[in-house]
Design a protein around this ligand. Sequence first.
Ligand SMILES: [Zn+2]
Length: 263
Amino acid sequence: MWIDTHCHLDAHEFADEQGVIAERAEQLGVSCIVIPAVERANFATVAALSQQQSTCRYALGIHPMYVPRALDEDLQALRDMLPTAMADPNFVAIGEIGLDFFLPQLCEEPMRSRQEYFYAEQLKIARDFGLPVLLHVRRSQDVILKYLRRIEVSGGIAHAFNGSFQQAETFVKLGFKLGFGGAMTFTRALQIRRMAAELPLEAIVLETDAPDISPAWLHPQRNSPEQLPQIGTVLAELRDMDIAEVARATTDNARAVMPRLAF
Ligand SMILES: [Zn+2]
């Protein structure tokens, strides 16, 4: 049994195939797929998808790459939705939120400060409702961590983790798990593979980030949650471990960090 902790199954790349894909993934052992929202406009879509597919769960949040077109009032709308969302067992986290300092148009002012504002405000929402956060961290590890020290949330996942061992350790101390996926399937990804092999297993959760970050055997085709068991097999090989043990541990880790998954 596997959990895909980060999959944009609502993306247009999947058109009307979401149901078929979720079912095929389930047949391959993917018992749960977490779908983070990216902006207010898709909050209802991810919630509806989890309603239709028994294995799907969802998170609500404004993704840093969508901050340029987000409105201040979207933050209030998110906060206002939470009492209702908390009553929905399919709702599991705040996300996808974070900071992207890779894209030039996002890391220059005023957008850099605006990203930080949206990130901090959504951390406060997560803190106020006792929810974990799903983080997008690109060239922003240290600023992400700075805010996590100031605004204490109940942990979460640093998705598509690509930092240093020291940063990994800091995330873990703050109650976070690190998301590993397609990137570690490339033999040239030495640093990511070394971390996947050497970090404590309790720190690791698996994800596809579909339709993005296709594994080596699929690249550059569209990624899908059906790939998760094979990605998990790569993790088992890198750690020289039994596949079933990796599946069990990463599933337990995902449930530990998103307690609402465990109901
Ligand atoms: Zn994402």
